[in-house]
Design a protein around this ligand. Structure first.
Ligand code: AMP
Length: 192
């Protein structure tokens, strides 16, 4: 299985976020799951990569060239792909993966997650999306998305596009048990 992980670049966040990221990285390696991520060396991105590399797991970074030029790329990650733009990077993240996991993060993580949800709604991306709600960080987003549905900005079926889980140990099962999705979702993408 190959999983893409979106997560924070910030190094100034609480220790519990690092602990959850380390735990998840361990589960990935133990389950022989390959990881694709943003290629960063610090914050949760750094913790994810450091843990996977220390345990002998497989991880690939995808990063726009301009970030590499300012030396943001993790120096020990052997497998890297550099893109011309942020847009190209985002589409590469989703190529050939079996699922997507989002850990807490800032605007970059939120943007990546919401683009993936939007593509899934349109049937352009069909894989499981799991959101790790460490410390309830994503509860406001869960409520926002549910409000989109309850006020008919989105269809009730769209609630099946994502799974929120509280603990890293729930992530892999959540990916495996996600509702199936296909390109037919374009038929109910817009509430008419
Ligand atoms: P955020 O969740 O706002 O920290 O954003 C994570 C995303 O921000 C990454 O996927 C990158 O697009 C970008 N980013 C910001 N800072 C860095 C960094 N130091 N190294 C790599 N990517 C970064």
């Amino acid at each position: 299985m190959k999983i893409c992980v979106y997560c924070a670049s910030s190094a100034k966040i609480g220790q519990s976020y690092f602990n959850a990221t380390e735990k998840l990285a361990r589960y990935f390696v133990e389950n022989h799951i390959e990881v694709v991520y943003g290629g960063g060396a610090i914050g949760l991105m750094g913790k994810l990569a450091d843990t996977i590399l220390a345990l002998g797991g497989k991880i690939k970074g995808i990063m726009p060239k301009f970030m590499n030029e300012v030396e943001w790329a993790h120096k020990q990650v052997p497998d890297f792909e550099f893109t011309d733009t942020m847009q190209e990077r985002k589409s590469k993240f989703l190529e050939g993966i079996d699922g997507l996991v989002t850990l807490p993060g800032g605007s970059g993580t939120l943007e990546e997650l919401l683009e993936a949800i939007t593509l899934k709604r349109l049937g352009q991306f069909t894989k499981p999306i799991v959101i790790l709600n460490t410390n309830g960080f994503y509860t406001p987003l869960k409520e926002m998305l549910e409000r989109c549905v309850s006020e008919n900005f989105m269809h009730e079926k769209h609630l099946q596009m994502w799974n929120f889980v509280n603990e890293p140990e729930e992530v892999i099962d959540s990916i495996k048990n996600s509702a199936t999705w296909n390109s037919d979702s374009i038929k109910f993408a817009t509430n008419k």
